[in-house]
Design a protein around this ligand. Sequence first.
Ligand code: PBG
Length: 331
Amino acid sequence: MTASYPHTRLRRTRATAWSRALHRETTLTPADLIWPLFVTEGVQVEQPVAALPGVSRWSVDLIVDRAREAVELGIPVLALFPNTQPDRRSEDGAEARNPDNLMCRAIRAVRDALGDRIGLLTDVALDPYTSHGQDGLIDDAGYVLNDETVEALVGQSLNQAAAGADIIAPSDMMDGRIGAIRAALENTGHSNVQIMSYAAKYASAFYGPFRDAVGSRGLLKGDKKTYQMDPGNTEEALREVAMDLAEGADSVMVKPGLPYLDIVRRVKETFAVPVFAYQVSGEYAMIEHAVAAGAADRDAMVLETLLAFKRAGCSGVLTYHAAHAARLLHG
Ligand code: PBG
């Protein structure tokens, strides 16, 4: 007790569950969740991803089942990623622009089954389609070319929009791609298709399991440090966000998630725009392996980490725990 506030006891409002509920400043709901799903070829195929215990790749028909599940759980958006067949990967990632690629077939199937009852966010970057695993087109030295890649990404975006995507989410980190994609969408009658930019995406050690899931890990030569951000930088993240907003992004993303909540907070305070974060594959795997080792309570850890994103300023979170978290939230 201090002399000036003799009767102040911060524990008073924490004493009962009803009082804690009344005083809670931040809440998490299923509407805050975006569920990333991996699509694979075939019918009635579920392929567990070894590096992501509890996560599977699903064939298009089963993606539709997952979409129904999401609607029932109150999850507003799915984020789709394709596991492209090896023989469809190439140096230039042309499959990304094929109107009948796995991604487009999944978009159309969900749209046919559920109409506007669920949002579809589609990843734009070439890594699930290139034979070298980089997010863009490379020169002889393996350097990812910026402007040539932007052109390819515009084609990929229009392909997804034509199939029925609601939110184009470029995860490639090329300069100038948001403006180019926005202009192309406007010019082709897709003015209501949103862009959620992976604006501050770091060259992170936490993406490994995802690369297994889309099948690019074994292909990737080198790293992505010439385009993804250096983990030491904050000012540069603010410049990335400012550029993407100026070019027409509707919302921005910070990625990875928990290790970068300071970036979320700085972006939110600086720009006052919708900010999302991606609790990435390595973060998911850390929780699952801690649980498997008996070191943690999964349910409590999942809800606490997701709430932390909200507290930091996120409008929503991409998480592989989305369906599980939504079930927990429904009680
Ligand atoms: C690539 C992409 C990556 C993720 C989403 N889009 C990996 C990478 O940049 O190598 C990672 C997501 C995750 O780890 O869960 N365009």
